[in-house]
Design a binder for this molecule. Structure first.
Ligand code: ADP
Length: 158
């Protein structure tokens, strides 16, 4: 049986922090499915199509990684994809405080689902999509925050 994990998130936009966790995840999962969950009540800087395109660019040619978007509950998306694992990254105790109830609710909804965490390395610990959006807003340097091909895509959007 294949070990499949999903890595859910907003990816508004994808950062080198996400990429690091997903890349490390491929060492112990046969497949990591990166899923863009769209919440109708949330406002995004990038459209779903743009966020998906940036994921495609970021993971182009990376073995063991697929990208998809989904609506509805993360556990339902995971089940549809045959995944028993949800992979998440932890930067800080604030991330843990947020993740803990989420993982318990997911377990309540689907008892077979395991959430697996990898802590980020110091090189990427400071990176968040929120900070990257601020950098974009004020035309700051994106190098070292997002994959270079993604930076190029963002710059070309104007
Ligand atoms: P959400 O909308 O759930 O906050 P994000 O796209 O911001 O989605 O994040 C998705 C996942 O990526 C979360 O598990 C988050 O903790 C993790 N993550 C975000 N940035 C980093 C980083 N720099 N290092 C490690 N994990 C990260």
């Amino acid at each position: 049986m294949q070990r499949i994990a999903i890595f859910p998130g907003s990816f508004d936009p994808i950062t080198l922090g996400h990429v690091e966790i997903i890349q490390r995840g491929t060492a112990f999962f046969d497949k990591v499915i990166v899923g863009i969950g769209t919440n109708a009540h949330k406002k995004y800087l990038f459209t779903e199509a743009q966020r998906l395109e940036m994921l495609r660019i970021a993971f182009d040619g990376m073995p063991g990684v697929e990208v998809k978007s989904y609506g509805g509950l993360t556990v339902d998306f995971a089940k549809e994809e045959g995944a028993r694992f949800i992979l998440r990254g932890l930067r800080s105790s604030a991330d843990l405080a947020y993740e803990q109830p989420t993982s318990l609710v997911n377990r309540h909804l689907a008892s077979e689902m395991e959430t697996v965490y990898l802590h980020s390395f110091p090189e990427t610990q400071h990176i968040s999509s929120t900070i990257v959006r601020e950098v974009i807003r004020y035309n700051g340097r994106l190098e070292g925050l997002v994959p270079s091909a993604v930076a190029e895509y963002i710059i070309n959007l104007g």
